[in-house]
Ligand binder design. Structure first.
Ligand code: AMP
Length: 481
């Protein structure tokens, strides 16, 4: 439906350049609706599904409107999960790359002190889970004076997870002179109440569930007894032989069982559930994005908002208990115009859950037969061949936008009284380099990082080996992280 183009909006060259590299050619429907409202500084409540491009619909206007010079954060984005916080931070960083927007994520389980240090730096956008954001506010490490944009992402999930008190407490602390944007896949009463209470005449935007459940995803149901699921799973995966696949289970234990079974059968697989250490969760997500393995066995932790480059098959090993969860799980496939397939295993007793899901998505999920023995044997050779090879990741947006960027590490920082202007002044003086080639600068007590853009990293690195900054000789090297 969206006939608009990004040219129709007043966007700076820096943002346009990032969108081009991200290959965002035309705005998605939610973007074309939200962009003009948000660029006009109006409050907005948006009902839209994950996968619709909603992150950029708030990410683009925020990056556009942020004042780069301001040191204190200007936008706060709340997300229900840590994974989503990290994802949104990455999206904002990508969109704001050439405007040098500094976004950071704050979430539980990561050391508070590390985040506190980072928050002392110039930070434009803070993305976080409600508990940790509140912590930072209470301890005075997150300054709210300059907050102009407040976004609640996945509001329904946030309230489902019991974060209402934290969310309200955070809102109370924010300057009243701000723009508030709420995004939610569904608009239950408690979300509406929240909006009503804290927003100023919000514009309501409803993006029809874009047929993302119908147009781009083929849905199927296979009836199976509980004890037959593992063997059915193996048969289905052999026959479907997907490029990449997420298998959703109801509990951690099911994830562990299924993972162990597949691992023993030499599947290229990993698992993800809330019982794992946060670091491992990120490592698994990252590994899946990079194509290090093909099959991810997960609980609903992985179902929300996470942008994994086109998963081709979703299997609901267990029927989700909540109808919304069906949409989120299956929404991991068929993203951004790609085709996808979702197969749900249902035991004979789960008819009522299926009915509830069907009412919610508005159509009946067609049944399919379990693959027959012959079909499975016929496809086994092709399956074995694929499983032994690596998955090819075609579209890693972050890698593409970072292609020409080199992060340099300098062995001095605040304690040597160095400031961003000192780095800019020195680096922009190198023949062939201008201030436009300098990206995000992070200055810590004893070290600093400077992003060099446009493929000029090596040039700057070489030049800086013989150049002083503010009369000080620093060691310079390519940063590892
Ligand atoms: P989201 O709903 O924010 O999780 O985004 C869904 C996917 O669509 C992500 O992979 C985005 O990078 C991608 N995307 C967002 N906006 C656009 C656009 N205008 N054109 C193409 N892809 C987009």
């Amino acid at each position: 439906m969206s006939e608009r183009s990004f040219e129709d909006y007043k966007l700076s060259d820096e943002i346009r350049r990032a969108l081009a590299l991200l290959k965002y050619e035309t705005p998605t429907e939610v973007q074309s609706e939200v962009l003009q409202v948000a660029l006009g500084n109006q409050d907005v409540v948006v009902k839209s599904q994950t996968g619709s491009g909603k992150t950029a619909s708030f990410g683009i206007p925020i990056c556009e409107m942020i004042e780069w010079e301001e040191k204190n954060p200007q936008a706060l984005i709340l997300t229900p999960t840590r994974e989503l916080a990290v994802q949104v931070r990455e999206d904002i960083t990508n969109i704001g790359r050439f405007k040098r927007i500094k976004a950071m994520a704050v979430y539980g389980k990561e050391p508070f002190a590390k985040q506190k240090e980072e928050l002392k730096q110039k930070t434009h956008v803070v993305v976080g889970t409600p508990g940790r954001v509140m912590d930072h506010i209470e301890r005075g490490t997150l300054v709210l004076d300059q907050m102009k944009y407040f976004i609640i992402d996945e509001a329904d999930e946030m309230l489902n997870m019991g974060f209402i008190d934290e969310v309200e407490a955070i809102i109370q602390e924010l300057p009243s002179d701000r723009v508030t944007m709420v995004f939610s896949a569904t608009l239950p009463k408690d979300v509406e109440n929240l909006c009503h209470k804290y927003m100023k005449d919000p514009i309501n935007i409803e993006i029809a569930a874009t047929g993302m459940t119908t147009d781009t995803i083929d849905h199927y149901l296979i009836e199976v007894k509980e004890e037959g699921k593992i063997s059915l799973l193996k048969d289905v995966t052999v026959v479907e032989n997907p490029e990449s696949c997420i298998i959703f289970c109801r509990t951690k234990d099911h994830v562990d069982t299924v993972f162990t079974e597949l691992d023993e059968a030499n599947y290229s697989c990993e698992r993800l559930h809330g019982g794992l250490e946060q670091e491992d969760r990120f490592a698994v997500m990252d590994g899946f994005k990079r194509g290090n393995f093909r099959y991810l066995v997960a609980t609903d932790v992985a179902a929300r908002g996470i942008d994994i480059d086109n998963v081709t098959l979703v299997i609901n090993y267990d029927v989700p208990m909540e109808k919304e969860s069906y949409v989120h799980r299956t929404g991991r496939t068929g993203r951004a115009g790609n085709k996808g397939k979702a197969i749900t295993f249902a035991t004979p007793y789960e008819g009522k859950f299926i009915k509830a899901i069907e009412r919610y998505i508005g159509f009946e999920i067609p049944s399919m037969e379990a693959p027959g023995h012959e079909e499975v044997t016929g496809r086994k050779a092709a399956f074995d061949e694929k499983i032994s090879g690596r998955r090819v990741v075609k579209n890693n947006k972050t890698a593409r936008i970072n292609k020409d960027i080199m992060k340099l590490h300098f062995s001095g920082g605040k304690k040597k009284k160095l400031r961003a202007v000192d780095f800019v002044g020195t680096i922009a003086n190198i023949p062939g380099v201008t201030a436009d080639d300098i990206g995000i600068i992070t200055i810590q007590d004893n070290l600093s990082y400077v992003d060099i853009l446009n493929g000029k990293g090596s040039l700057v690195l070489q030049a800086m080996e013989h150049t002083t900054i503010k009369g000080k000789k620093l060691k310079v090297s390519k940063a590892i992280k």
